[in-house]
Write a protein that binds this ligand. Sequence first.
Ligand SMILES: *[C@@H]1O[C@H](CO)[C@@H](O)[C@H](O)[C@H]1NC(C)=O
Ligand SMILES: *[C@@H]1O[C@H](CO)[C@@H](O)[C@H](O)[C@H]1NC(C)=O
Ligand SMILES: *[C@@H]1O[C@H](CO)[C@@H](O)[C@H](O)[C@H]1NC(C)=O
Ligand SMILES: *[C@@H]1O[C@H](CO)[C@@H](O)[C@H](O)[C@H]1NC(C)=O
Ligand SMILES: *[C@@H]1O[C@H](CO)[C@@H](O)[C@H](O)[C@H]1NC(C)=O
Ligand SMILES: *[C@@H]1O[C@H](CO)[C@@H](O)[C@H](O)[C@H]1NC(C)=O
Length: 278
Amino acid sequence: MGIGISASFWRLLVLLWLLTCAILLQPSTPDPDDEACLTHLSESLQDPNNNLHNWTKTTFKDPCGGSASYLEGATCNSGRIYKLSLSNLSLRGSISPYLSNCTNLQSLDLSSNSLSGPIPSDLQFLVNLAVLNLSSNLLSAQIPPQIALCAYLNVIDLSDNLLTGPIPPQLGLLVRLSVFDVSNNRLEGPIPAALGNRTGNLVRFNASSYVGNKDLYGYPLPPLKSKGLSIMAIVGIGLGSGLLSLVLSFSAVCIWLRVSEQNMTVEEGKISQLMPDY
Ligand SMILES: *[C@@H]1O[C@H](CO)[C@@H](O)[C@H](O)[C@H]1NC(C)=O
Ligand SMILES: *[C@@H]1O[C@H](CO)[C@@H](O)[C@H](O)[C@H]1NC(C)=O
Ligand SMILES: *[C@@H]1O[C@H](CO)[C@@H](O)[C@H](O)[C@H]1NC(C)=O
Ligand SMILES: *[C@@H]1O[C@H](CO)[C@@H](O)[C@H](O)[C@H]1NC(C)=O
Ligand SMILES: *[C@@H]1O[C@H](CO)[C@@H](O)[C@H](O)[C@H]1NC(C)=O
Ligand SMILES: *[C@@H]1O[C@H](CO)[C@@H](O)[C@H](O)[C@H]1NC(C)=O
């Protein structure tokens, strides 16, 4: 009997302790970094169709407050934004560097909009970032090599943009990458071997990750056929012009011979005129 009472007492105590812990761990104040992140992002974005209808200064103050009333496109975990998914919302404008203030962000999807300007190098401060999908926008300038500092990156999809310059070789350091797509941009130069030819148990990416960049070359893209053709063209032009100059000089020699032959006959005539007949 005595043992029974003390057991239920202890059970109650443990329950109370767990409850206290849960209350203490509950975030009491909204995060100022997330507020700065959302405020600056909404300032840099244009939303002509008013798809982000509840992105207001008031909701930014406590974006993860209230279990059901989350901000459009934002998902919270432990009182912090950990996922932003704003795909296909006709958004314009640019990506604010202050997005890096959402330091708990694990997944960022701004795909299929009309976002322009560069990819901010400040994304390097999103040390928990695992998914980066910025595909199908109008993003320009170079891929910032700094994003290689987001060591947990699993997915990088930058396809269908206007990105220029080389693929940063530093991206080869991202050992967790399982999806990598930079197809259909304006990238140039060699594909870094650490990305194009991944070894060991790293996920390998085939040519479909790189196609549609006019001046990008190297494995796994097929060897440039246009370069072979231009070499052929150079050889052709060389041979052609050689032949042409040969024909020209041959005709020149012929003409010269003809002319000098005529002169010769004239001279001969003169000579024969001058010479007295014997
Ligand atoms: C914002 O909009 C989304 C989707 O329309 C809705 O689920 C959410 O509850 C809204 N949040 C607030 C704070 O009104
Ligand atoms: C994008 O949004 C448009 C209109 O809102 C819709 O018709 C289309 O199916 C969407 N596309 C995708 C891929 O979700
Ligand atoms: C917020 O982001 C900006 C731009 O990256 C940076 O300068 C600033 O230090 C960040 N603030 C905090 C509190 O992390
Ligand atoms: C990125 O988003 C687009 C839709 O906007 C989707 O089709 C594509 O599969 C996504 N990329 C990855 C790697 O999930
Ligand atoms: C890829 O890497 C392997 C091992 O390092 C090497 O033997 C092979 O030649 C490389 N292939 C290309 C196309 O660079
Ligand atoms: C290339 O890789 C993609 C995604 O990993 C896959 O869907 C596709 O079938 C592959 N293509 C070839 C030719 O192997």
